[in-house]
Design a protein around this ligand. Structure first.
Ligand code: AKB
Length: 317
């Protein structure tokens, strides 16, 4: 039986993953944790075990793992790309030193570790279209540096110590439950909120900037499917390219216009986030994920837009 510890459980992925995993494995087998209690997450916190946990506190991780007999750690605590450029030292500390602590505890306590990587693990010299699974990785952001190093560190712990480490390179994730915090792809979430509230959106990412994106239900499937995949079939354990759709701001705006015809987009480009977006791939080749563990996303841009607007409308009232 799995006993899962989720770090960063109140974040964009964690808040939905915790609920989903509690449905599958039972509430008491999924321990949600976060550095602090955040307003608006009371229901999640009360729906099963919850621990205050800072991943820079190795002893604290070890105590929580022992207390709950944890055998699987899903490490979602991270600083994203845009905030990482504002606070590079904090980004390194949480994304690298935090991951190191998680891996060390996993080695000592024989846990499986799932840590997401990102499209940010690629850089300006990476092939931009249909970016191959194995290719040049020279990112120029601190977030990207921590993501490549994290992929390598997880590979190392698997090869050297036999820790069962796994992960995917997530694209921008779109969801209505919890807002993302401090990423470059966040525009593709904010646009839906503004479409419903104001029927217009000012984009900080410029026209023509394509990035890979994914709707949260597919992202949750990517985590659960890979976590449950037959270990002997995995060649790329920690850094699977996964892709669901690739679009630029005009294309997401056109998709919204099909549901809200009055919707308009304009641009006030943020040079920092634009240069991060320009350094990332336009689209990824996810053949390895499809072949090694059956990755097969369900949502494309239009089906995501329809669902997102319906669900957000209910949420915003
Ligand atoms: C970000 O924009 O920083 C993240 C990511 C692509 O990893 N959403």
């Amino acid at each position: 039986m799995r006993k899962i510890l989720i770090t960063g459980a109140l974040g964009q992925i964690g808040s939905e993953l915790t609920t989903e995993l509690r449905k599958i494995y039972g509430a008491n087998n999924v321990i949600a944790s976060s550095r602090r209690v955040k307003e608006g997450h009371e229901k999640l916190i009360e729906s099963g075990p919850f621990e205050i946990l800072n991943i820079n506190d190795a002893k604290g991780i070890s105590e929580v793992v022992r207390k709950h007999d944890v055998n699987t750690i899903i490490n979602l605590a991270a600083i994203l790309s845009a905030v990482g450029e504002q606070h590079p030292e904090q980004c390194w500390d949480i994304n690298m030193n935090g991951l190191y602590n998680i891996l060390e505890v996993a080695r000592e306590e024989s846990c499986m570790v799932y840590t997401p990587s990102s499209i940010a693990a690629f850089g300006p010299s990476t092939p931009k279209d249909k970016t191959p699974q194995d290719t040049i990785q020279r990112p120029n952001t601190m977030y990207g540096v921590t993501k490549v190093a994290g992929e390598l560190l997880c590979d190392y712990y698997y090869k050297k110590f036999g820790v069962d480490t796994r992960g995917v390179r997530f694209p921008g994730l779109i969801s209505y439950e919890t807002l993302p915090g401090g990423g470059t792809t966040d525009y593709a979430v904010h646009i839906y909120y503004d479409a419903l509230k104001n029927k217009r959106y000012t984009s900080f990412i410029d026209k023509g900037t394509k990035m890979d994106m994914m709707y949260m239900p597919d992202a949750l499937d990517a985590i659960i499917q890979l976590m449950e995949a037959d270990s002997s079939k995995l060649i790329h354990r920690n850094a699977f390219n996964v892709s669901a759709m690739s679009f630029d701001p005009e294309e997401i705006a056109a998709s919204i216009k099909k549901v809200i015809p009055e919707f308009e987009i304009d641009y006030e480009v943020d040079p920092v986030r634009q240069s991060i977006a320009d350094s990332w791939p336009n689209s990824l080749d996810d053949t390895a994920a499809r072949e090694e563990w059956g990755w097969n996303p369900k949502y494309d841009l239009d089906s995501m837009t329809k669902d997102m607007l319906e669900k957000l409308k209910i949420k915003l009232g």
